[in-house]
Design a protein. Sequence first.
Lengths: 336, 332
Amino acid sequence: MSNKEIILSIRDLYVNFYTYAGVVKAINGVNLDIYKGEVFGLVGETGCGKSVTSRAITRLIPPPGRIEKGEILYKRNSEYVDLLKLPEDEIRKIRGDEISYIFQDPTSSLDPLYTSGYQIAETMVVHDRAEWNEAWKKAVELLKETLIPDPESRVKNYPHEMSGGMRQRIVISIALSNDPKLLIADEPTTNVDVTVQAELMDLLRELQRKKGTTILLITHHMGLIAEMTDRVGVMYAGNLVEIAPVDEIFAEPLHPYTKGLLAAVPNPLQKIDKLVPIKGSVPNLIYPPSGCRFHPRCPFAMPICKEKRPPRIEIKPGHYVECWLYAEEVKKKGES
Amino acid sequence: MAGMGRYLVRRAITFIPTVFGVLFITFTIAFLMPANPARVWAGGQKASPEVVQRIRRMYHLDEPFWSQFYYFTKAILTNSIYSPVTHNLVSEEFMRRIPITLNLAIMAMFMIVVMGIPMGIIAALKKDTAIDNAVRVLALIGYSTPSFWIAFIFMWVFYNELGWMTLVGLPRPSQMITGIYLVDALLLGEWKTFIDINRRLLLPAFILAFISVGGLARYVRNTMLDVLSADFILFAQAKGLPPFRLWRHALKNSLIPVITVVFFMFGGLMSGAIITETVFGIPGLGVLYYSAIANLDIPVIVLSTLYAGLIIVVISLIVDILYALIDPRVRL
């Protein structure tokens, strides 16, 4: 991480969903830089906006969702372009080619009516990476790379003829087919067997090491975070509350939510005697709490937390937190 | 597709008991009807008792159920069922009328598909807009309006006022090739006949289409919306597929449920349209049913039901085969 080249920079991103019940303010001003070649982990509870953030990167937000404002700067040919301002046809050329996705559920990610080979080859053909004949051959190669036994016959199989783990390997093959610069893996192992999980993660890490792909890994599995990532972002209710190198997140979490999260799940780096759940429940984002969205559940809440949204504070180089507790500290330091 | 041959054989074996079952049930219902058909056939109230008695014996109506059923089944197999009312060979009657109904059914189905499927797709794309609501209202009107009422309105407009349509006779091409008049006239290049057939059948076909088109459009719309919200469409988008490829994935996945509905609609049309044919005086199967019911023509009633049953059996066979061709998950 000596040469920190930013490949993707999300700035002040807001995403709303216009439902019958009201406007869900799902993403509320997220700022995030992802460096080239790193594995960035995004953690948080279900519904905190991890997936929405990752999909907003290539504007994959179907109605009733809408990206309200923000910038997503992506380094393309040594020049930053705002993905949110690109014409539809240009963003389409980036999807699946420079930025590709692995979704959570391999069973529903694949079209049941086409063979796995077709679906892999199609991804190369639409980006003019290969003609059909060649793309089919490359599909076999990809299946070999993703360690699918008997790839020559597997390309002719339909998704229903494969196991869940195998299907996710097909999805991974699709995602890798055009050598993406950024791979967004959205809970890639949540819907497969535990034994397959480890294999798939090994596979991703191996591929990442070989090709130097930047990975944005979304998960709520702390073990995966510890094992796979270089840096971690913690999301809560549409806000990115803390960003830190992976060791620091586990060793000295700063945000009360991060602390609560680590106490609530098994910590892979140290032994915890008892898991403590975070009190309260996830807020309704149609009527999000004022100020800091975590304040109703925060054991350290102060009057200001209810009134004003906390600023982002860099506590140490590369360790950011959005919390008034540290703003006070900063102020005190300034005074003394 | 390796299983196709075996599947067809298996299907053929179940075919016979199904048809026989339909025959048995319809015959039983006809037998249980609290009516005295022999008397109706003999001429009603004024019929002399001797004639009624003779007819009863002729049609085995004085014999027990099983015996009657035996004679009836035997007569079907030897193709010797005559209508006691018209004295025509019933199979010939059917063969004369099927092309007419088929013609009408094909025209109506063509209109339903050509209008209904695009309407459904547009309604899905423009969900919850004025267009979507218009399709919804059209479906409702089609379902709920009596077809004879629309028929009269249309006749008044297109026959009385505009004079575009004809209401008597049915022109036929000079030769039969496919048995469908419209197609034969086209193949033979007999343009005048072709236009005349259209002038006679376009209106009733449109009415049949009008009843169903909104329903199909709504069905296509809902199917499309289901498919478009599926994960694999979002994933296909994430792969960077251009719109026409996304559409291919979406349409192919929507095809299976839509095929079922379209084919069963066609089956319904093939069984004859009683009201529309009667109102327009088209000598198809619908009119035959109507007069058979009015005259207690039991052999025709039973055979008509059997025919409708056969159509359904054949249609579901075709639908099953199409499923297997489109969907790899379906094994025959």
